[in-house]
Write a protein that binds this ligand. Structure first.
Ligand SMILES: O=C(O)COP(=O)(O)O
Ligand SMILES: [Mg+2]
Length: 231
């Protein structure tokens, strides 16, 4: 086991950019929603840097880029509805688990860790993606960006899961790809672990000062005493 798991009994995972590479499907839905409004489609490279604060902010960033100014609220509402409809048609056509994710979840589950999912993605999309990728059974609870009044980087969803399962924050680990995960984890009193391969607005997540970083989540369960990565 990786040293960052020492004393930990609950592990909270981010979804987009941490467990799954979901940008191909997110970008397809953003592209379609904007095309439906006669605006240019931004494509995957731009969308990758806009993911992280939930679907409405994603669409707002896309509209601001396309229009050259912030959209009017009613127009954003329309575009966001369009995005939700388009994404709902195919939330996991090209979404895939990152290497090492399945092994990590299986190993952590086998070792008795309680696993939860805390994403800023709308809750309705969580189950279809977890089921399509075959990892739904690992999680005791899944929270989306619209499940509670505030989402990451606010600590509320993490505080909620710790309280719900009666685990002290110091015995919880937040695993994520973005500064919002690290900020939420730190504010909730969780230990924090970052993966560098996801989506962090084009910046290295290491700049957020996570307690530890792993290149692959498989290192969580395969890391032996000779592991190069330490806390
Ligand atoms: O939907 C988003 O904006 C980000 O989702 P995440 O919290 O799973 O990375
Ligand atoms: Mg993420």
């Amino acid at each position: 086991m990786h040293p960052c798991l020492e004393g930990i009994t609950l592990v909270a995972f981010d979804l987009d950019g941490t467990l799954v590479d979901s940008v191909p499907d997110l970008a397809a839905a953003v592209d379609a929603a904007l095309s439906d409004l006669a605006l240019p489609a931004p494509g995957e490279d731009k969308v990758r840097d806009w993911v992280g604060n939930g679907s409405r902010v994603l669409v707002e960033r896309a509209l601001t880029d396309a229009l050259g100014e912030a959209p009017a609220t009613a127009f954003l509402d329309t575009a966001h509805e369009g995005f939700l409809a388009r994404y709902g048609e195919a939330p996991c056509a090209r979404t895939r688990l990152y290497p090492g994710v399945r092994e990590a979840l299986e190993g952590l589950t086998a070792s008795g860790q309680r696993l939860v999912l805390v994403t800023n993605k709308p809750e309705d999309f969580i189950a279809p993606i977890l089921e399509a990728t075959g990892i739904a059974g690992h999680f005791s609870l899944c929270l989306g960006g619209d499940s509670l009044p505030r989402r990451k980087p606010d600590p509320l969803p993490l505080t909620h899961v710790a309280e719900r399962f009666g685990v002290a924050p110091g015995r919880c680990l937040m695993v994520g790809d973005s500064r919002h995960d690290i900020a939420a984890g730190r504010a909730a009193g969780f230990r924090t672990l970052a993966v560098p391969y996801g989506y962090n607005h084009g910046e290295p997540v290491a700049a957020s000062g996570p307690d530890a970083t792993v290149e692959s989540l498989a290192q969580l369960v395969y890391c032996k005493s000779n592991c190069a990565i330490t806390m």
